[in-house]
Structures are given as structure tokens and as C-alpha cells.
Design a protein around this ligand. Structure first.
Ligand SMILES: C[S@@+](CC[C@H](N)C(=O)[O-])C[C@H]1O[C@@H](n2cnc3c(N)ncnc32)[C@H](O)[C@@H]1O
Length: 229
């Protein structure tokens, strides 16, 4: 992990008008290490607090029979039982420990409509336009390069399909925004950057959402739904 303030080069900078999307720059090895350590306790720490957002997202995504769904950053498979049995789900994650938890969950619950693959979200190994819905719950602020990840999500989504992002972004309230920035060097050790800038992220990713909704109580998370042109 490297704080951007300390860097001389721009390797990790993702900017809009000179503004970095986060004060923090991370690399895959660091993130993988964090999630390998978190795997055993993830559901306890991030299960209940993030679940209202997950439930709301599923209502809004409205998966139809036969839909091919990709979940990016499937983690321990905590969303698995929310997917209707009438769709085909692929979950990818690069953390072997998180995937191991997901696999045992699938076996326990007999979730045969979900396949799990180990993969980096920034280099998806799927052909173009393979999915009807590409969903990233609580992931884009965990990855080194969120713009690259969204580029891949767009590539593998079919035209007219949905690209859905559920995430905490830097608050638009001035005080909370400062807090998000101050905390980000700490939160990154429990798996996420708290200060990812939503307007900058949308602009750089060239995403035009059909809706952005604040979700959960308190409304600290945003559900961003886009249609691929
Ligand atoms: C905060 S967890 C989200 C898990 C789950 N989607 C949920 O709703 O709780 C983020 C997950 O993204 C994974 N992840 C982070 N960077 C990744 C990358 N570059 N490629 C694939 N998975 C990644 C982590 O291993 C972790 O399992």
C-alpha cells in the first residue's frame, strides 16, 4: 500500500481534472493478503452491516429467467442464496481463501446454478458480451484500478445489459468527506478505500448511470445502475 501523497510518479493515479479518486493506491498483492486474512471472519464483520444494500440491490436488478449474471468479487459467496435458481451465475474472485469459503457455502446450500472461478477482475477471462448482468457488490473500492475493472465489466456485458455497482463512495457532505479521506489509509487494512470519488469515477469510467440511489441506513452506500449502450 502506498499513499498517493508520498508518490512521485503517476503509476497509480486515476484522476479527473487533477483530482485523485482516492488518497490511497494499492496493489493486488496487498489486497489479496488482506482478504486472505479476512476470509475466516468476513461474514461476521461485513455480513450484517452490508446486507441491507445487498437485498435492495437484488430488488432493483430484477434478474429474469435465464439471465447470465457475473458477480465480480464474489468473496465468501454471501450473495449466493439471493440469486434466483432460474438464472446462471458466475462468481469470480482472486482470493483463494475467500473462494474456498464460497465453495463450501455452495456445497452446504446445494447452489448448483452458481459457478466459481479464480480470476482478477481487471483481466476477466471471458469473451466480449458474455453476460446479461455484470454486478460488483462492494468491490470497486477494493481494487487497485477501478476504471480498468469497470472497463472489463463493460466489455463482458452484452449490449443493452446491466452493469451494476454497489459501493461506498466518498461522502458529498464536506465534513464526512474529510473523514472518508482521513480514514482511507486505515480502512484499506480491512479491505476497502473509504474515499473513492463517485463523480470522478463515473467520468473516468465513462459511465452514464440510469440511476444512482443511496442505500442502507445510514445511507453510506450507493447503488449505481448502468445500461450498456
Ligand atoms: C468487500 S468484498 C465483497 C464480497 C461480496 N461481493 C459481498 O457482497 O460482500 C471484496 C471482494 O473483492 C475481491 N477482490 C478484490 N480485488 C479483486 C480483484 N482485483 N479481482 C477479483 N477479486 C477481487 C476480494 O478478494 C473480496 O473477496
Amino acid at each position: 500500500m502506498i499513499t498517493l501523497f508520498e508518490r512521485k510518479d503517476d503509476k497509480f493515479r486515476t484522476e479527473l481534472g487533477g483530482q485523485a479518486l482516492s488518497v490511497i493506491a494499492i496493489e493486488n498483492d496487498f489486497v489479496e493478503g488482506v482478504y486472505d486474512k479476512l476470509a475466516g471472519v468476513y461474514d461476521w464483520i461485513f455480513g450484517p452491516i452490508l446486507h441491507p444494500g445487498r437485498l435492495y440491490a437484488f430488488d432493483r436488478i430484477a434478474i429474469r429467467p435465464g439471465d447470465r449474471v457475473l458477480e465480480v468479487g464474489v468473496g465468501t459467496g454471501i450473495n449466493a442464496s439471493l440469486y434466483p435458481r432460474h438464472c446462471h451465475v458466475t462468481g469470480i474472485d482472486f482470493s483463494a481463501s475467500m473462494l474456498e469459503k464460497a465453495r463450501s457455502r455452495m456445497r452446504r446450500k446445494g447452489l448448483t446454478h452458481i459457478r466459481l472461478l479464480q480470476m482478477d477482475a481487471a483481466t476477466l477471462k471471458f469473451p466480449d458480451e458474455s453476460f446479461d448482468i455484470v454486478y460488483a457488490p462492494y468491490v470497486v473500492n477494493c481494487v487497485p484500478d477501478p476504471i480498468k475493472v469497470v472497463g472489463e465489466m463493460r466489455r463482458v456485458c452484452r449490449p443493452g445489459g446491466k452493469i451494476v455497482i454497489l459501493n461506498h463512495f466518498r461522502s458529498d457532505n464536506a465534513v464526512l468527506s474529510r473523514l472518508d479521506r482521513a480514514l482511507s489509509p486505515l480502512t484499506v487494512h480491512i479491505g476497502f478505500k473509504s474515499d473513492l470519488d463517485l463523480p470522478g469515477f463515473l467520468a473516468q469510467a465513462d459511465l452514464q448511470p440510469v440511476s444512482i440511489e443511496k442505500v442502507s441506513v445510514p445511507r453510506l452506500w450507493s447503488l449505481v445502475i448502468c445500461r450498456k449502450d
